[in-house]
Design a protein around this ligand. Structure first.
Ligand SMILES: Cc1cc2nc3c(=O)[nH]c(=O)nc-3n(C[C@H](O)[C@H](O)[C@H](O)COP(=O)(O)OP(=O)(O)OC[C@H]3O[C@@H](n4cnc5c(N)ncnc54)[C@H](O)[C@@H]3O)c2cc1C
Length: 434
């Protein structure tokens, strides 16, 4: 284990910066146990890509990203067991080589498995990533190990637990046979895609809508399972489409000073990058997950029961189209779908759910991005839940109203970590432990 002293911790987009006294780079479960048991206050991190202030902010930190091996496969049960610091993309490449997949993936492959699970990472048209976890070894605040299996009552609390019940050490995932998707993409008016959501969720294996605020358009992406040998005439559109993110960055450069420029920029971005159709095929991972991003950004994301989404969407659209407010929103707002589960802090606890992202391409000026405040206000009003890894202001009082199991989770956390060893200042406020 390598130990570094008195350094500076920075999140990937530099929005969170903390001094630390001790940084432990662990590579084994024993080292993880040892450090946790001997430290009074500690947090741990993966690739630091969360916008929420949940990964650092205390004197002692554990970098888990070098605890990243595949421990084994069970071919009969189609499972893989990995160390929690493994990068998601590396695990996905490994299971694809076995002819397997996890059928619901986020649009990022550079995050760690532990970070992804802790924050309730999800994809679209399926269950949350954590629902594919069949067991894990959890290092508790006292350094002991608790093995949690899918059949244990504790699993519903552990699946999404922000790293406050313990640190996930090794994790086993259930995989499914790999499949090929025929992807079709194209723009649609809001009046067309919004009423078709339920019908499309039944019809397609994959559905994602990139909503383009201030244009009245969405960019609809559908995917249907096909035989891998089916011929699909690949049409990825003009070559310049790959410059969309760089073009956005330039067009949005001064939107923190003149927010209204966003409305004009969005219309240009729609015309340049979202007005044509595309068609291609590939595995869920190869065809739908972004593999590289040229620059950083800042994210919020809110979730709401599927049945309430049209109301919330229309209210949000009306609000941000008022020129009197400054909530101009960068492209795109990512609309995705998560099917119901039983995990206590899941966005989809007992209800099929829609998630709606909100991005600022100017990470450094995110504090002044009014859109984050408007989306939070409207979603909270309707009982929406924030993404745990992204930016939001809500704390204990508000979260208690939207999570049925919030108090149960808090009391379990109190039992497992009675000295609040695993809370940083942000998490202390979140759980009202001041
Ligand atoms: C560009 C981008 C795209 C994204 N796309 C999606 C998406 O499509 N869907 C989605 O749902 N989210 C998405 N996210 C959010 C992302 O999945 C989460 O923020 C995730 O937590 C980042 O992983 P990380 O390794 O960087 O974790 P970190 O930010 O380093 O840590 C996050 C949290 O996990 C805890 N943690 C880390 N390791 C462990 C462990 N082993 N055991 C317990 N707790 C642990 C940390 O203490 C911290 O509280 C995206 C984020 C970005 C920046």
């Amino acid at each position: 284990m390598i130990k570094e002293e008195n350094g500076v911790w920075r999140s990937w987009n530099d929005n969170l910066v903390y001094n630390y006294k001790n940084l432990y780079k662990i590579t084994t479960e024993e080292e993880l146990q040892d450090v946790i048991s001997k430290t009074d206050k500690i947090r741990f991190f993966g690739t630091k890509q969360s916008s929420a202030d949940i990964a650092a902010g205390v004197d002692s930190l554990i970098d888990i990203s070098e605890f990243n091996n595949i421990l084994g496969y069970n071919d009969a049960e189609r499972t893989i067991t990995v160390q929690s610091g493994m990068i998601l993309g590396d695990m996905l490449e490994a299971i694809e080589a076995k002819g397997w997949c996890i059928p619901c993936l986020p649009d990022i492959n550079t995050i760690t498995i532990g970070g992804a699970l802790a924050t309730g990472t999800h994809g679209t048209s399926g269950k949350m990533l954590c629902e594919y976890m069949t067991s894990c070894r959890l290092v508790l605040a006292d350094g002991s190990i608790k093995e949690v299996k899918a059949s244990d009552a504790l699993m519903d609390a552990v699946r999404v637990s922000l790293g406050v019940l313990g640190v996930m050490s090794t994790i086993t995932f259930a995989c499914e046979p790999i499949y090929t998707l025929h992807i079709k993409e194209g723009p649609e008016d809001d009046s067309e895609w919004l009423p078709k959501i339920k019908e499309r969720l039944k019809k397609h294996d994959f559905l994602r809508i990139l909503w383009l605020p201030h244009t009245d358009k969405g960019y609809v992406i559908t995917g249907d399972k096909i035989d891998p040998n089916t011929e699909v005439k690949e049409d990825l559109g003009p070559k310049y489409l790959k410059h969309r993110r760089s073009a956005s960055k330039i067009l949005y450069k001064y939107t923190h000073v003149f927010p209204w420029i966003t409305a004009i920029a969005n219309k240009l971005l729609y015309k340049g990058f979202f007005s044509s159709t595309k068609e291609h095929k590939g595995s869920l991972y190869q065809a739908t997950v972004t593999k590289s991003r040229g620059s950083t950004l800042e994210l919020a994301e809110w979730t709401i029961a599927l049945d309430k989404f049209p109301t919330v969407f229309n209210e949000l659209k009306t609000e941000i189209n008022k020129w009197s407010n400054k909530s101009f929103i960068h492209i795109p707002m990512d609309v995705r779908f998560v099917y119901k589960d039983n995990s206590w802090l899941s966005y989809a606890y007992k209800a099929d759910t829609v998630t709606m992202g909100c991005v600022s391409r100017n990470a450094a000026t995110a504090d002044t991005y009014e859109a984050f405040k408007s989306i939070e206000k409207i979603f909270l009003k309707h009982g929406g839940k924030p993404h745990w890894g992204k930016r939001f202001m809500a704390k204990d009082q508000e979260l208690g109203k939207v999570y049925d199991k919030w108090e149960d989770f808090k009391s379990l956390r109190n039992t497992l970590d009675p000295t609040n060893k695993l809370l940083n200042p942000y998490l202390t406020q979140l759980f009202n432990k001041n």
